[in-house]
Design a protein around this ligand. Structure first.
Ligand SMILES: [Zn+2]
Ligand SMILES: [Zn+2]
Length: 185
């Protein structure tokens, strides 16, 4: 093997792992997996740095769901411990399946979305983690709702509802009762 032009694969950097990866392994606190079980990951931080529900139409489409639930972590907080060879990528920006940050990461077999990997942080989907207790679920509960102006369903949980990005857009009322009877969303 030549050592002059060796490209370091992203699989050797957090949150991926391979035989060559040499970043320290923290004590796992949570375990998550895709639907078919081919891909397994662990989380070593007690609680996400933040968590959000995103109601934007892009998340609605890419997740085929009314809204997305995402938890923000440092890349070193998360580690894929099984199935990195089964991962497939999607760059919404480039509209391509190449690994190019930021990108969405899914299981090749069952197509479960696993995370959105950004350049610095990642957004993990807590639905895949066995949270078990109410106390653990509370740690992953979102601090706010984003892109609530694009929602298909009202959520009455008392959390702030931003029309767009968190802290960068106006706050909206929780329900649209004031505009009931109109076709406005
Ligand atoms: Zn799978
Ligand atoms: Zn979104």
């Amino acid at each position: 093997m030549e050592h002059t032009h060796v490209e370091v694969s992203h699989l050797q950097r957090p949150p991926y792992s391979s035989e060559d990866s040499n970043y320290p392994i923290a004590q796992p606190l949570y375990t998550g997996a895709c639907f078919c079980g081919a891909v397994v990951f662990t989380v070593s931080r007690q609680a996400p740095l933040d968590a959000r529900f995103c109601h934007c139409t892009t998340c609605q489409t890419l997740h085929a769901a009314p809204f997305q639930w995402a938890a923000i972590f440092e890349k070193t907080d998360v580690r894929f411990v099984q199935g990195t060879a089964e991962l497939v990528y999607w760059s919404s920006r480039k509209k391509s399946g190449e690994y190019s940050l930021p990108c969405k990461v899914s299981c090749r077999r069952c197509r479960t979305p696993l995370m959105d990997e950004g350049r610095r942080m990642l957004m993990l989907f807590p639905s895949l983690i066995k949270l078990g207790t109410a106390e653990r679920r509370e740690k992953f509960y979102p601090s706010c709702h984003m892109f609530y102006g694009q929602r298909v369903v009202d959520v009455k949980d008392g959390k702030p509802k931003f029309s767009g990005r968190k802290g960068e857009s106006k706050l909206l009322p929780e329900t649209s009762e004031s505009s009931m009877g109109t076709t406005e969303r």
